[in-house]
Design a protein around this ligand. Structure first.
Ligand code: GUN
Ligand code: ZN
Length: 425
């Protein structure tokens, strides 16, 4: 446990606004080499060059990189056991691996154990906040909320809504699902650092009636989040067009149900047209770009530069191959390279911190190292191992150094992680 008042020394890096696309030199990068952060009762209360007085317990991380804890805006708790499943694209992957595996979370004991391992692994990767899919089972959402509360984590999750096109044991029905949502909202939403997300798995697994019910929940309480998948895979998009002939597009299915709003988190968004893109922006929603998943499942190359809306970064484990957001940043860079674009470390890091926080309307609480924000912070080794050491020593300017870090770092670089001021790694 950490003391009530403590001070952290290191190389502080965060953002004051969104960096311009492609700019390796940016005025919005706030880099304070060898500075101190003062933390009291889980919050940042000071940021200074001078060494604090003896009333502050010191944690000296001189020569290490201090970043806000990462925010993973789309990840599936019950899918650790299907990471790295061979040989399929999305729809076959769901049927062959993911749906059968999620059935086990009907058991509260399995759900609890799964939530503990999952949250420890998230924090162990430097992710201190997340927007998480549970399973269709109410107990899986309860387990996640309880485990996050025990860790003091900012967590957004909900029971998955799916009432068709899924195997026995993994479907709900409209009436029972609404009851479960309302009970979970009453018990968890707004408690401590927890928030509820109305969680439509994706359009194909919900009936029109269930989508309407989900929209009703959002309309009744504007503080609720909404999370779902959209336009991830071409066969999926074609299936949605068949199932919802009345809709103009896949995204329009959600629009018609009243599910697009400023607390909506849409995973993937690869196969959207211009009208869809403008609509996401007009509704104030965000896309959770999931690069390792998009590459692994062969889903497609997300157009980040052309996005008029907020883009955050997500692991989408188990479609994604790592909970580490730096690993996902590298995949995001490679996706943009294949598109003939270049993703800077600034845009990638901003999307995983301040950008995600602001898109979630949580910018006052998370995503930065400013006075008043929660002390969700990670201390990273600039270099781990001989290759990274050689590369780090050769870096001549800040973007070069941070970009090489982003390219080479993973959870082994994580030297310490604090959640609400408490040491967790
Ligand atoms: N679409 C519907 N469900 C899922 C899922 O679990 N993972 C991914 N990547 N896409 C989905
Ligand atoms: Zn997903």
């Amino acid at each position: 446990d950490s003391p009530r008042r403590w001070a952290l020394r290191g190389d502080l890096l965060d953002f004051t606004a969104a960096p311009a696309w492609g700019a390796t030199e940016s005025p919005v990068v706030r880099y304070d080499r060898d500075h101190w952060l003062l933390v009291e009762d889980g919050r940042i209360v000071g940021r200074q060059a001078a060494e604090p007085d003896a009333s502050w317990v010191r944690k000296d991380h001189a020569g290490q990189l201090v970043l806000p804890g990462f925010i993973d805006t789309h990840v599936h708790c019950p899918q650790l056991e299907v990471i790295g499943s061979y040989g399929t694209e999305l729809l076959d992957w769901l049927e062959r691996y993911t749906f059968p595996s999620e059935c086990a979370f009907a058991d509260p004991v399995r759900s609890q154990a799964g939530a503990e391992v999952f949250l420890d692994a998230l924090v162990g990767a430097g992710t201190t906040s997340a927007v998480v899919f549970a399973t269709v089972h109410k107990t899986s959402a309860e387990a996640l909320f309880d485990a996050a509360a025990r860790r003091g984590m900012r967590l957004i999750t909900g029971k998955v809504l799916m009432d068709r096109h899924a195997p026995d044991g993994l479907r709900d029905d409209v009436v029972q699902a609404e009851r479960d949502c309302l009970d979970l909202i009453a018990r968890y939403h707004g408690r401590e650092r927890l928030a509820y997300a109305v969680t439509v798995r994706f359009a194909p697994t919900s009936t029109h009636a269930q989508l309407a019910m989900a929209g009703g929940l959002c309309r009744a309480d504007a503080s609720l989040y909404m999370q779902t998948h959209v336009a991830e895979n071409r066969a999926e998009v074609a299936w949605v067009a068949q199932l919802f002939p009345e809709a103009r597009s896949y995204l329009d299915v959600y629009e018609r149900a009243g599910l697009l709003h400023e607390r909506a988190v849409l995973a993937h968004g690869i196969w959207l047209d211009d009208k869809d893109r403008r609509l996401i922006d007009a509704r104030g929603a965000q896309v959770a770009h999931s690069p390792s998943s998009n590459l692994f499942l062969g889903s497609g190359l997300f157009d980040w530069r052309g996005a008029p809306f907020n883009v955050s970064l997500a692991s989408d484990v188990g479609g994604g191959t790592s909970l580490s957001l730096p690993r996902n940043m590298l995949d995001a860079y490679k996706i943009q390279a294949l598109r003939g674009e270049r993703l800077t470390a600034w845009t990638a890091l901003h999307a995983a911190t301040r950008g995600a926080a602001e898109a979630l309307r949580l910018g006052d609480e998370i995503g930065g190292l400013s006075v008043g924000q929660m002390a969700d912070l990670c201390v990273w080794d600039w270099a781990k191992g001989p290759v990274a050491e050689v590369r780090d020593a050769a870096a001549r300017e800040l973007h070069e150094r941070v970009f090489a870090w982003m390219t080479l770092a993973d959870e082994r670089n994580l030297a310490a992680c604090y959640v609400a001021g408490q040491r967790r790694v």
